[in-house]
Design a protein around this ligand. Sequence first.
Ligand SMILES: [Fe+2]
Length: 137
Amino acid sequence: MKNRREFMKSSLVVSAGLVAAGIAPASAAENTKASIFYYSAKNPRRWEGKAGSHAPVVTVEGNTVTIETKHGMSPEHYIVKHSLLTSTGEVLGESVFFPTDKKAVSTYTLTGEHKELFALSFCNLHDLWVSEFSITE
Ligand SMILES: [Fe+2]
């Protein structure tokens, strides 16, 4: 009886270790706060292979931030919206697109000091994607 108890005890410990390892993402080091909730180029999860046409591409020139999603625009499948957020969740700007728009490109002017920003792009079929970027002086 003692041997059975010891076997059960050690089996539970091993099982608990495997479960804990199973719920940790394989690329945990690449996760940011935002990519836990949204899809990103580093963490596309169920949309593997879609990052090139869904992860927002950001360019910064002076205090102007441009967000582009290199995605087609058609009535059935298009980019619905871009948002620019701070690391605390403050919305600095939003742009809504229509299927008739030729491209999903938006531009924002920064008025304050910002270091860590998040560009969001929402596809009507492939969910919400984020690109995190930093402003360097
Ligand atoms: Fe899409």
